[in-house]
Ligand binder design. Structure first.
Ligand code: PHE
Length: 337
């Protein structure tokens, strides 16, 4: 009897050892420890033993076998459970190493950097930022700026015209704005003086790209309209801007020029610390006709305006040899700045 019990015990332990999944352990649990299990079956035979001592010894052996099977099952369950968890962790593993290194950050485009610095400097001087549409009416772009149809100065701006009217519809003549000056008109029409605004934006001209020109480029317009504004205010503002933007060792000058929308008109130049001069943009006192088109009485108000290119500032600041390089989106170029 004792031999049978020990044989059943050995067989059970071998089965448990061979089990390779939590499911088979669960099956073995009912099979080995249940009423119909091999060891429990031996228990039913205890009554047939001859002596009390034999019964006692065999009963003890059966209990011990049950114990051994039960703890073997528990141990194997833990073993398989740990392996299953490890397998699941391995299967669900995420590679997070890319987050361990600092991601590379890009930076704003050179033109955007200059644009934002210009805005900052002018905001510091008390200006507000205004904007207008890139697709503009002929009236805003030319006529209201004192250039009626047929005015010879229109030829100064190599204009791209737009033909987008539906058949039979009259939308007037529309252009891609050739300068930011139409924002002067829109600003005057949208509110009364005092006006102190700058208007950065994209402008378009029919032009072949070369090292110093792009058909699409950026300007910033300035407009001041208030009481008793004079040319001295214009010169003082240009000078204050020059020092704030380029540095205290730069200065500015105005040179007589002509624009239909300002009278008198000037070009303004800045002088570098080495004494050399650089032409920056145009400016002047807002022409009375322009004020009138903006709904402002020139007897009561006066103003000045200026405009210059933003892209050239970026080119100068970073010594870019060819302006076209700034617009081809070549990462090897962009990463240098
Ligand atoms: N709009 C002019 C240009 O594109 C510049 C300018 C602006 C001149 C304002 C005078 C006053 O050349």
């Amino acid at each position: 009897m004792i031999a049978d019990i020990s044989a059943a015990r050995g067989a059970a332990l071998a089965q448990i050892e061979a089990a390779d999944s939590l499911e088979s352990i669960a099956a073995l649990d009912t099979q080995l420890l249940g009423k119909k299990g091999s060891i429990a079956q031996l228990k039913t035979k205890l009554g047939g033993l001859a002596t009390v001592d034999e019964k006692k010894a065999a009963g003890q052996a059966v209990n011990e076998a049950m114990q051994a099977v039960s703890s073997a099952l528990a141990a194997r369950r833990v073993e398989l459970g740990t392996a299953a968890t490890a397998a699941r962790v391995e299967a669900e593993r995420l590679d997070l190493t890319e987050f361990a290194v600092k991601p590379e950050r890009g930076h704003a485009h050179l033109v955007t950097q200059s644009w934002e610095r210009l805005e900052d400097v002018f905001i510091g001087l008390g200006f507000q930022v205004a904007e207008g549409p890139e697709v503009e009416t002929d009236w805003h772009n030319f006529e209201a700026l004192n250039m009626p149809i047929g005015h010879p100065a229109r030829g100064e701006w190599d204009t791209l015209f737009l033909d987008h009217a539906a058949p039979g519809e009259d939308v007037g003549r529309t252009v891609l704005r050739t300068h930011t000056s139409p924002v002067q008109i829109r600003t005057m029409l949208s509110g009364m003086p005092p006006i102190y605004i700058v208007a950065p934006g994209r402008v378009f001209r029919r032009d072949t790209p070369d090292a110093t020109h792009m058909p699409v480029f950026h300007q910033i317009e300035g407009l001041v309209v208030d009481r008793d504004i004079t040319m001295a205010d214009l010169a003082g503002t240009i000078e204050a801007f020059t020092k704030a933007f380029f540095g205290a060792d730069f200065s500015s000058r105005l040179r007589p020029s002509y624009f239909p929308f300002t009278e008198p008109s000037a070009e303004f130049d800045i002088q570098r610390p080495d004494g050399s001069w650089l032409e920056l943009g145009g400016c002047g006192m807002v022409h009375p006709n322009v004020l009138r088109h903006g709904g402002i009485d020139p007897e009561e108000w006066s103003g000045f305006a200026f405009g210059f290119g933003i892209d050239r500032m970026a080119v100068m600041r970073h010594d870019v040899a060819d302006i076209r390089d700034m617009f081809v989106n070549d990462i090897r170029f962009a990463e240098q700045f």
